[in-house]
Write a protein that binds this ligand. Structure first.
Ligand code: XMP
Length: 509
């Protein structure tokens, strides 16, 4: 494997994704934590950072000690820190270099193999390397900076040690993937055998070891992560995995039945629990979004807890936690500020005193999908849009009632069906209908109506962190609007949300 030492750059996760795309396993670790060397570790990559190496607070681990053990590639801040520690000089550059640049004087070197003169790279730095130690070798420059890539000397370390000022992990660096491959495969000698099939085999064996003949309980949500996680655990221990799927009354139309049927098909031992009325009665009269989230989250745990207690001798709790959640919780900056208190499977019953089994802890979302496909899980699970834990509860603005849920379920079902029929479902990252607490005047036949407004939201995104509104065809929007107004009683107006995130968010609450 490859270790990526995180100095806090916004691009660190991207480095990991690029490495994984090469079918090579890697892990991210904060730069403040000591590196643990074992036979599986073949190379280290140092990330960029928002710090300046000359800042007294800047992270400053001993790079020479690492390079004494393994080949190393230092990116951006890493490149500057390496230069500074080795006796070079780093300072403010006369002009900030940000954005596109082109490599010049690319030397014949294993790191640069098949990378052409003039190759586009992405720069993002305000400090620059002014002076390298005498015995270090520059292997590429750009028009603006004399040291775009360099190699350390044998005096510095017995292993190959490279540094690059640009970011190979962003797609704007055209040969970035090739450069990472040169480093990882040719220089570190790592085999590209980390495939979904290999992951499944390894993970199933590990779960068998871990769980032995004990029982595992798990909450399913109908989403990709929990479904793939449960299928892996089931492959390892069969029906000693007990799954619980709660109907909180805030799911999409017919979703409870359809998802349960899908789980049956996957062979998962699943109990469906109808808790709809409990949710409706506790939500009665509550309008504040955060209060609604808290109530829904707490009730979910209560229901799950009660069901789990009916099982005897359970030792483990299965969860669908994925890598971005893990990275977030151990990042150099700590968890990012709470905009919305997302309740996720991360926060399940602490009182249950169960050990966790989290088979997807080290995977990114797209890798979870690849593993799911390899496991033969149906596209209704794998291709499904993300859906928030509190469900329609946060898509009905203000007070939630059973009647409003029914209304929104109908409108949402019409919307999603049109997206599927037109082939747009796959083109957007997430879509859903929102019921506004606004009534307005309309006319139907000869009658005046005074009914609710339904907002449609569809976004394109990579990870949900930023998003743009999807440019759905007008004709499609016209058909959807027509159908909703004609077929859903209580709605006489449909609007389309054209806000991007930021500054808006994907959900309205
Ligand atoms: P926002 O609205 O924050 O949404 O732009 C980003 C992504 O997170 C989902 N989301 C939630 N998921 N519990 C969840 O499990 C929540 O409370 C929650 N709120 C938003 C949202 O659907 C989108 O995919």
């Amino acid at each position: 494997k490859i270790l990526i030492l995180d100095f806090g750059s916004q691009f660190t996760q991207l480095i990991a994704r690029r490495v994984r795309e090469l079918n090579v396993y890697c892990e991210i670790q904060p730069c403040t934590k000591a590196v643990v060397y074992d036979d599986s570790l073949k190379g280290i990559i140092l990330s960029g950072s928002p710090f300046s190496v000359n800042d007294p607070q800047a992270p400053n681990p001993d790079i020479a000690a690492m390079a004494a053990r393994l080949p190393l590639l230092a990116v951006c801040y890493g490149a500057q820190l390496l230069a500074k520690q080795a006796g070079g000089e780093v300072g403010k550059s006369t002009h900030r270099e940000y954005g596109r640049a082109h490599l010049q004087d690319v030397t014949h070197d294993p790191l640069m193999a098949t990378i052409a003169e003039g190759s586009q790279v992405w720069m993002s730095h305000s400090d620059t390397i002014k002076q390298l130690p005498d015995d270090f070798t520059v292997i590429a420059r750009t028009e603006a900076i004399p040291v775009a890539a360099y190699k350390a000397s044998a005096r510095y370390a017995p292993n190959p040690v490279y540094a690059i000022q640009f970011h190979p992990e962003v797609t704007h660096s055209t040969d970035g993937g090739q450069l990472l491959k040169n480093f990882i495969v040719d220089i570190c000698g790592v085999r590209q055998d980390w495939t979904p099939a290999a992951f499944i085999h390894e993970t199933v064996e590990r779960i068998k070891q871990e769980a032995g003949d004990k029982k595992v309980v798990m909450a399913l949500s109908g989403g990709v992560d929990s479904t793939v996680a449960a299928t892996l655990i089931h492959k390892a221990i069969g029906d000693r995995l007990y799954c619980i799927f709660v109907d909180n009354g805030l799911l999409r139309k017919n979703e409870f039945e359809q998802v349960l049927e899908g789980y049956k098909h996957l062979g998962l031992n699943t109990k469906g629990v109808d808790a709809r009325q409990r949710f409706y009665s506790e939500l009665d009269g509550v309008t504040d979004p955060e209060k609604k989230r808290k109530i829904i989250g707490r009730l979910f745990i209560d229901v799950f807890d009660e069901e789990a207690k009916k099982l005897t001798d359970v030792s483990f709790l299965g969860q669908g936690t994925i890598y971005p959640d893990v990275i977030e919780s151990m990042s150099v900056h700590g968890p990012s500020a709470t905009i919305k208190s997302h309740h996720n499977v991360g926060g399940l019953p602490e009182t249950m005193k169960l050990s966790l089994i989290e088979p997807l802890r080290m995977l990114f979302k797209d890798e979870v999908r690849r593993v799911g496909r390899e496991l033969g899980i149906d596209d209704i699970f794998i291709g499904r849009h993300p859906f928030p834990g509190p469900g329609l509860g946060i898509r009905i603005l203000g007070g939630v009632t059973e009647e409003k849920v029914k209304m929104l379920q109908e409108a949402d079902a019409i919307y999603i069906q049109h997206l599927r029929d037109s082939g747009m479902y796959k083109e957007v990252w997430q879509a859903g209908a929102i019921l506004l607490p606004v009534q307005s005047v309309g006319v139907m036949g000869d009658e005046r109506t005074y009914e609710y407004t339904c907002a449609l939201r569809a976004v394109t995104s990579v990870d949900g962190m930023t998003a743009d509104w999807a440019h759905l065809p007008y004709e499609l929007l016209a058909r959807i609007s027509n159908d909703i107004i004609n077929r859903v009683r209580g709605i006489n107006r449909v609007v389309y949300d054209i806000s991007s995130k930021p500054p808006a968010t994907i959900e309205w609450e």
